[in-house]
Write a protein that binds this ligand. Structure first.
Ligand SMILES: [Zn+2]
Length: 150
């Protein structure tokens, strides 16, 4: 099995995981992310305390790539500082756009590296980056739970 197949398998397995698919009790931030070109819809819920992501979860539906990307992202950024999380979102998006070619630079993305081959699949780019774009939007614009409009 080559690396590409391993990554594909990781994505397929993670897309069925429900580990991070739940409601948070008292989220500080909540936002809907929508990818009309595929029909992916995810709502991210965050509990941000002291500039750190104390907890993160999601609800919603979509294709395997969007669901797996969201779930892996939740694992990766849980416990992380907000500033570092925004940097990581930029890095993931740059990887998907094919702007980072050196895989050593991608180490801190954790299992997120499984999506590296999406850069060769333009139709799936929006599926893979949806969660990260939504997360960055929440953190940069401070989208509080009260401002949520479905
Ligand atoms: Zn999709």
């Amino acid at each position: 099995m080559d690396l590409k197949q391993i990554y594909t398998q990781m994505v397929m397995e993670e897309s069925r995981s429900t580990r991070n698919k739940r409601d948070l009790e008292n989220p500080t931030h909540k936002e809907l992310g929508h990818n009309p070109s595929c029909g992916d819809e995810i709502t991210l819920q965050l509990d941000v305390e002291d500039e750190k992501i104390k907890d993160i979860s999601y609800t919603g539906n979509g294709c395997a790539i969007s669901q797996a990307s969201t779930s892996i992202m939740c694992d990766t950024v849980k416990g992380m500082e907000v500033k570092k999380t925004i940097e990581l979102a930029d890095k993931f998006i740059a990887m998907i756009k094919g702007e980072i070619r050196d895989e050593n630079e991608l180490e801190d993305l954790g299992d997120g590296i499984a999506f590296i081959n999406i850069r060769n699949m333009p139709a799936r780019v929006k599926c893979a980056v949806l969660a990260w774009y939504t997360l960055k939007d929440i953190l940069v614009n401070d989208k509080k739970e009260g401002s949520f409009t479905p």
